[in-house]
Unconditional design. Sequence first.
Length: 234
Amino acid sequence: MYLVIIAIIVGIVLLAWLCYGPIPTIVYKYLKNNRCSEEKEILLTFDDGPDAVYTQQLLNVLEEADIEAIFFLLGQKVQKYPSVAKKIVQQQHRVGLHGSAHENMWFLTPKKTKESIEKGMAQLRDNNMHPNFYRPPYGNINLFTLKYARKQGLKALWWTAIVGDWKKTESTELVERLNHRLTPGMVVVLHDSAEDTGGQQGSAQMMIKALEQWIPLVRQQGYRFIKPSERESE
Ligand SMILES: [Zn+2]
């Protein structure tokens, strides 16, 4: 009898948790249309920075290719590398909030969710950054995440293409994966980070190399890279 009661309680708790985190996430991450347009257009986004080494290398590639992107930054890392963060803004890129630390919203209470977003915003504002976009770490939300993001004037943005670039992968393989996911309105998420946020050593180096190879390839196919400001005007 006790076992049945325990099983029922566990079942109710599990169901409540599914409704709190995983189910809202599935709706926004997979069921919603996350494309940036219906045209042959691509929006580049980079998560988990700024990084002491890789962000500058990435900025050089983007400058050379005349592309503006969105950098979803972690407040803690902005505090750690303020001069790198400043360069992102100076180069006309948009910054978005990726939280203060890289926390999974499925395991945060509503109070902690609010604190995490507010803390991240304060850390960015301390460095003269005023983001309009928000991307939850892992793309995972809970029932309260979007409410608190909206209160800070943030619009949540997911992606249509994720290629596992945080694991060290040959650049040719990454190019193949990106090509495989190429669709009109593609929103790409890549990671300019190192081991401190879960990336494998040297993975960002490969990502940057792959990006350099991929940009001319898609342009040859008639695709153009849209500016984040074009997305903002919606
Ligand atoms: Zn992330």
